[in-house]
Design a binder for this molecule. Structure first.
Ligand SMILES: Nc1ncnc2c1ncn2[C@@H]1O[C@H](COP(=O)(O)OP(=O)(O)O)[C@@H](O)[C@H]1O
Ligand SMILES: [Mg+2]
Length: 441
């Protein structure tokens, strides 16, 4: 049998940023008709590799071949020319333009040829099962529609390899399923898909093969059907990991929070929490499920005192919270922790350093004119050590840190206060598996 030539072959690719070796001898082979997942913890080098494949970064060393021929990718244009189409984590569409205008942007197409463009788009849509309204403006589109447009844009330019960097982060399960159907159709048509994700269930569902990256190195390439989440996790982390969660036997105590007939509006004044009642007892974890945008954000914010309540009651340990703000909570000793969805904005202040961010939730009174930063500086240093927060220093503006490190500061502060009630929205977002396990202990 003739040996199959990989569509793309990446050999010993290296790329450093200063002293950080983002990619250190990466090797990868992508074949036609496969969905190949890149799996790795935050900082493993996945996005850097993708940026090299799409011509955004130049590799320091190593080579890339396409069907056995070495190619040089010096710009995104080169990469598109070779049929590599990348969908980035942050879409690169022009909001004020329609779908059609975005697709043809930057291409010389005469007015007479516009009909052909529409025909070609229609053909691609039916071939890959993509739904899109060509005259819709990007600003009116949902994230799912925007992604469809990005995919169509690269297919229009003739992509044979589709690279998707963490495409499902903000997706509903339905949107994810639609994307997977498009990926399956691409695979059937003989294209290759490089999929980046750290959601294990998705990786197990859609991949044909999986390459694990760790600290800029390729650890192993595995066939999906011959591996399992435990093996993959251990390869990602580089150590044996116990993924089982031991639930502690907590004694269920008295009722600590009672919500009655709550009504809350969103930022546009639309009533999103319509009439919600529930209660939570001591020793209990109450899960709130729902696709993004179902009102969970507004519910959390209302309980945490950062969003007004239109109607109803929020009673915490006998005390009414509605109408009170977080400052009053602190003054009254209401012990409530909050890990919001948007860590910068609601939770932390990006331009401030760690110490000042700890101060925001400090129980020191403001009566004295001098606020003592010393104990908080000590606490900040403890957190840096305990949670392995990567920062140049505790007096460094936190907005310059990576999302995972900012999340650690937020979690460290809120958990450190040992609140009686803790409200958490996506608390482990951006954290490594090892860190998540540490937090659950
Ligand atoms: N433009 C850059 N400048 C400096 N360091 C970077 C840059 N891009 C990535 N890095 C560093 O390279 C490493 C790998 O990052 P990245 O490729 O984004 O990882 P992943 O996508 O797997 O989370 C990280 O330590 C990151 O901080
Ligand atoms: Mg990345």
């Amino acid at each position: 049998m003739k040996e199959r030539v990989p569509l793309i072959s990446v050999k010993n690719i290296c790329k450093s940023f200063g002293t950080v070796k983002a990619c250190n001898n990466i090797n990868l082979e992508i074949y036609e008709g496969e969905i190949h997942t890149l799996l790795g913890e935050n900082g493993a080098g996945k996005s850097t590799l993708i940026n090299i494949l799409s011509g955004v970064y130049m590799a320091d060393r190593g080579s890339i071949t396409l069907m056995g021929e070495e190619i040089k990718l010096s710009s995104p244009k080169d990469s598109i020319k070779y049929g590599i189409g990348t969908i980035y984590q942050h879409f690169k569409l022009v909001d004020a333009m329609t779908a059609r205008e975005n697709i043809i942007l930057g291409q010389k197409i005469s007015f007479r040829k516009m009909r052909d463009v529409d025909l070609k788009i229609a053909e691609l849509c039916s071939k890959y099962g993509i739904e899109l309204e060509l005259d819709k403006h990007v600003e009116d589109m949902s994230v799912g529609e925007k992604q469809n447009l990005e995919i169509l844009k690269v297919l229009f330019r003739g992509a044979k390899v589709l690279i998707l960097d963490e495409p499902t982060t903000v997706f509903t399960p339905q949107e994810t399923e639609k994307l997977f159907n498009i990926m399956r159709k691409m695979k059937k048509a003989g294209c290759a898909v490089i999929f980046i994700s750290h959601k294990m269930d998705e990786v197990m569902k859609i991949s044909d093969r999986i390459t694990v990256l760790r600290k800029g190195e390729t650890v192993k390439t595995l066939i999906k059907n011959e591996t399992n989440p435990k093996e993959l996790t251990e390869l990602m982390v580089g150590a044996a990991i116990d993924l089982s969660i031991k639930k502690v036997d907590a004694k269920i105590g008295r009722q600590i929070l009672k919500i009655s007939n709550l009504k809350v509006n969103d930022d546009d004044g639309t009533n999103v929490i319509k009439d919600i009642s529930f209660s939570v007892r001591e020793g209990e974890i109450l899960g709130i499920a729902g696709i993004a945008g179902s009102g969970q954000r507004e519910l959390c914010e209302a309980i945490a005192g950062v969003r007004g309540v239109k109607h109803g009651e929020i009673v915490f340990d006998g005390e009414h919270l509605e109408g009170k703000n977080p400052r009053e909570f602190i003054k009254r000793g209401i012990s409530l922790g909050f890990i919001p969805e948007d860590r910068l904005g609601m939770g932390l202040i990006g331009t401030m350093d760690m110490v000042d961010n700890l101060l925001l939730k400090s129980y020191q009174t403001e009566d004295g004119i001098l606020i003592n930063r010393k104990p908080l500086a000590k606490k900040a240093l403890e957190l840096v050590k305990k949670l392995d927060i990567k920062t140049p220093g505790i007096n460094y503006p936190i907005k310059n840190l990576s999302g995972g490190n900012i999340q650690k500061i937020l979690l460290g502060r809120e958990l450190g206060l040992k609140p009686r009630l803790l409200i958490m929205a996506y608390p482990v977002r951006g954290l490594d598996i090892t860190r998540v396990i540490l937090f659950t202990i």
